[in-house]
Design a protein around this ligand. Structure first.
Ligand code: AHM
Ligand code: MG
Length: 327
């Protein structure tokens, strides 16, 4: 990194000039960075400003809502309202797609989990934001729900923000993956992880082993195989576990359980955006049977099993699920 560093805004401007990335997309990332700065600030001081704990209601997918979930959702919507950038937002915290600024020519649809891993908020553990961006298909004054019901291969861009020991924004527009770390004193995201490549294999696996008995017997065999060779790390925040896999190699998986027969994680704003990022870095993302990005969404809060991370380890999971052995 040179003496001054490369800010997210400078990087986005370069992408616009050199790769003809649409200026609206660059502005959209700029707004995402702005929302992330606000969230980073409020998450880090949540205990001081009354933002810990539950709201006392359930969200669209039946999860207990945390105050920070609500704050995250409001922050994102405020960051994109009246910008003319986004026509609709599908969020984990909204029952239905929210249409933004009907009547303008906004070209993009945002699918977002504003605060992933929110069970971690009250203990100072990592949380994240996950986002995927599609180009709007519909014409006319208002976007439609179908604009958000897409296949991952149609993603124009995707990324996540990790609020951990530092705040890191990682994104792709389909030409590589780059990460920016927030300098809290400057209030700027600076390029810190250029052209991230996911190792083909790793030494760490991430899964909630308390569901072991509920998993398919072949998944259990995969875990038995892995636990002889690798070590377990599970943060309870998908973003943190996937980020580690991306940088150091490894695998995260959340298979179907008794409670979540289709898997727990949501396709549109958790699985697909992370799959796009990880594939762009040379890794893989699967349900165990099918590539995540090939799934056509049927509903906004659709769930999916997720197996994501180092290419060879994801392939090994798929082999185990099919055959019950390493093949
Ligand atoms: P959330 O978006 O409601 O926080 O749920 C998603 C989170 C993931 O970040 C995490 O990996 C997983 O759910 C943890 O679930 P569990 O406690 O069942 O292991
Ligand atoms: Mg989530």
């Amino acid at each position: 990194m040179n003496e001054l560093g490369i800010t997210l805004n400078r990087y986005l401007w370069q992408q616009h000039q050199q790769l003809k990335q649409p200026s609206e997309l660059s502005m959209l990332f700029g707004q995402m960075g702005f929302a992330a700065k606000i969230l980073s600030r409020e998450i880090s001081r949540a205990a001081l400003v009354g933002l810990l704990g539950l709201v006392g209601e359930k969200n669209a997918t039946g999860d207990a809502q945390k105050k920070l979930d609500v704050f995250g959702n409001e922050t994102v919507i405020a960051a994109f309202s009246q910008t003319g950038l986004v026509a609709a937002i599908a969020s984990e915290e909204l029952d239905e797609v929210q249409f933004i600024d009907c009547g303008n020519e906004a070209q993009y649809i945002l699918c977002i989990d504003p605060l992933d891993g929110s069970s971690n908020t009250d203990t100072g553990s990592p949380v994240g934001t996950i986002f995927g961006i599609y180009r709007r298909n519909s014409r006319g004054n208002c976007a439609t729900e179908e604009d958000a019901l897409r296949q991952g291969t149609e993603l124009v861009a995707a990324g996540y923000v990790l609020y951990g020991t530092s705040t890191v924004l990682v994104y792709t527009c389909g030409n590589g993956v780059n990460g920016f770390t927030l300098d809290p004193n400057l209030g700027e995201f600076l390029l810190s992880h250029a052209n991230i490549r996911a190792p083909e294999e790793g030494k760490v696996y991430s899964a909630n082993l308390s569901y072991y008995r509920e998993w398919h017997p072949h998944t259990q065999k995969f875990v038995d195989h892995l636990s002889d060779r690798q070590t377990l790390r599970y943060t309870g925040a998908l973003v943190a576990d996937v980020h580690r896999s991306l940088l150091e190699g490894g695998i995260y998986f959340y298979p179907p359980t008794d409670k979540h027969e289709e898997g727990k994680l949501r396709l549109l704003y958790e699985c697909a955006p992370l799959a796009f990022v990880v594939e762009q870095a040379g890794g893989s993302a699967s349900t165990g049977k099918q590539r995540i990005l090939d799934i056509q969404a049927q509903s906004i809060h659709q769930r999916s099993p997720l197996v994501i991370g180092s290419h060879r380890t994801v392939a090994l999971y798929e082999t185990f699920l099919k055959t019950g052995s390493s093949g």
